[in-house]
Design a protein around this ligand. Structure first.
Ligand code: HEC
Ligand code: HEC
Ligand code: HEC
Ligand code: HEC
Ligand code: HEC
Ligand code: HEC
Length: 345
């Protein structure tokens, strides 16, 4: 049922687009012609040094263009910079990030937490249904760039382009993840509409908290991404409804770990019956006051630092490593700056 709902939400995003709006992938990632040159950017027919006939393994293949030493793309995801304008990338960085982490000005910071890109054996925090038995998520999952992005583009329903070639509702996509024993596999179903004009950097250089992302055909991408992130981190997304938009912070979900959860934005029309300003009239159905995942988090990596309370918050499985600044959980401001920015206690 949930899958169906999110599928419907994904399709709806496309139906909401004005007819004739140009949709395009970018770089060597799709929009291929019958005689495209692009395949040779990543594949070799007879002499490939890596499996899947690839020029290199992922993420090194991607970094050969998107890394700090790569010149094949403007988006340097290692340093979190759009090198064509020398401004901070919306996704942050995997090694360094340029950001105003403590609201005193722009800094170049080493990354303290990021989504894993070197495979490894990770837990997909929060994946799974509400469970009265403690279940932190699915363990033993390798994670890299191609879990989230489809290098061939056209990753949405019917081969449509999606935002940032993020995997959507298309059976041609490899799954979002499988665990090493193959008992859990999750395929993508949420399509995020692509932006016809590509802007990869934040609205103000280094300002991550204040960045609202693109508006595409009335859909605010930052807000639409909440359902996309929740395909993997299912139980981090609160089950708010229009009727009770903020009940998740004071109503027990019944889950042994994710019992009470901060409200997040929802897909249906929020109406104006909530506490807070009637934001949705100007911002579209997906917009806060209810925060989106990436109101608080960055998709790739952050350089923010944690203090004495925030640096040892247990993970959903009860462990406390990694801790210290590495417990920064992809947040957009130092410590709990993201909370103060809205609540101003
Ligand atoms: C930007 C790099 C890149 C480009 C350009 C690229 N590929 Fe790929 N290709 C990959 C990667 C990475 C994988 C493995 C995907 C995965 O594991 O999810 C792959 C997998 C494949 C596969 C096997 C799995 C599948 O998705 O069917 C085929 C077939 C394929 N590519 C064909 C092509 C063809 C044909 C072209 C040109 C039209 C092309 N690729 C262009 C990176 C690329
Ligand atoms: C956990 C999922 C995930 C992984 C892993 C991931 N990305 Fe992304 N990526 C995203 C999302 C989501 C965005 C959109 C961010 C936004 O607009 O706020 C994005 C954006 C991008 C962009 C556009 C520039 C930007 O920063 O917004 C590029 C280029 C990119 N990713 C490349 C990569 C490469 C290369 C890797 C591996 C080294 C990778 N991604 C790993 C989810 C992921
Ligand atoms: C393909 C599944 C997948 C998707 C989609 C995904 N994540 Fe993750 N995420 C993971 C896995 C696996 C981990 C644990 C390993 C790691 O830290 O990268 C993780 C870790 C995290 C962490 C903790 C990182 C740390 O090291 O402190 C945060 C925060 C997070 N994800 C937020 C998000 C947000 C926000 C989005 C949407 C932009 C998102 N995730 C999309 C799989 C996913
Ligand atoms: C041969 C060079 C090359 C390789 C290899 C490559 N890319 Fe790209 N990629 C580009 C270029 C060029 C763009 C256009 C934007 C730019 O200049 O940064 C782009 C754009 C992107 C975007 C944004 C797409 C959009 O919708 O706007 C993502 C995400 C991305 N690449 C991810 C990846 C991932 C993941 C890999 C590895 C599987 C990869 N790239 C490998 C050259 C490359
Ligand atoms: C109001 C800010 C806020 C919003 C909105 C938010 N998060 Fe978080 N998230 C945090 C903080 C703070 C942490 C650090 C742990 C803690 O305090 O619970 C965190 C931690 C995480 C982690 C690491 C595991 C854990 O639970 O500690 C993941 C994964 C994660 N968030 C995913 C998401 C996803 C997916 C969404 C959207 C559905 C989301 N978050 C929305 C603030 C937020
Ligand atoms: C984008 C703005 C925004 C951010 C960022 C944000 N909040 Fe909220 N918070 C809200 C809204 C909106 C509500 C719901 C108010 C209502 O309708 O009752 C809320 C509700 C709450 C509640 C009351 C929950 C309940 O149901 O009783 C607490 C406690 C709270 N937030 C703490 C935090 C903390 C801690 C952080 C940082 C991790 C944070 N908030 C970040 C906007 C935000």
């Amino acid at each position: 049922m949930k899958v169906l709902l999110s599928l419907a939400a994904g399709l709806l995003l496309f139906l909401l687009l004005p007819a004739g709006l140009a949709l395009a992938d970018n770089g060597p990632h799709g929009g291929y012609t019958a005689t495209t040159d692009a395949c040779a950017g990543c594949h070799r027919a007879h002499t490939a040094p890596a499996a899947r006939l690839l020029l290199d393994t992922v993420p090194d293949l991607c970094q050969s263009c998107h890394g700090s030493a790569g010149s094949g793309a403007d988006t340097n995801v290692e340093d979190g910079l759009d090198t064509s304008v020398n401004r901070s990338l919306r996704g942050g960085g995997f090694v360094n990030v340029t950001m105003d982490a403590d609201l005193t000005g722009l800094q170049v910071l080493p990354v303290t937490s990021n989504h894993e890109i070197n495979g490894g054996s990770n837990t997909v925090w929060g994946y799974g249904s509400i469970n009265a038995t403690p279940d932190p998520g699915t363990a033993n999952v390798a994670l890299t760039c191609t879990n989230c992005h489809n290098p061939h583009g056209r990753a949405g329903a019917g081969g449509t382009a999606t935002y940032r070639i993020l995997k959507g509702s298309n059976a041609g996509n490899t799954p979002l993840f499988s665990n090493s024993s193959g008992t859990v596999t999750k395929s993508a179903s949420v399509d995020i509409p692509d932006d016809p004009t590509k802007t990869y950097y934040t609205g103000a250089n280094g300002d991550y908290f204040g960045d609202h992302g693109s508006n595409i055909g009335g859909v605010w991408i930052n807000a639409a991404l909440t359902a996309w992130c929740a395909q993997c981190h299912s139980r981090h997304k609160a089950e708010n409804t229009e009727a009770s938009p903020s009940n998740s912070g004071s109503t027990d979900s019944g889950d042994a770990v994710f019992s009470f959860r901060h409200a997040t934005n929802i897909e249906d029309d929020l109406g104006c019956g909530m506490n807070g300003s009637c934001h949705n009239s100007s911002h579209g159905n997906f917009m806060p006051p209810y925060p989106a995942c990436i109101t608080c988090h960055i998709a790739h990596g952050t350089g923010v630092r944690m203090g004495a309370y925030s640096d040892n918050v247990p993970w959903p499985d009860g462990t406390t490593t990694p801790g210290a600044d590495a417990r920064s959980a992809l947040l957009r401001l130092d410590n709990r700056g993201v909370c103060q920015d809205c609540h101003n206690k």
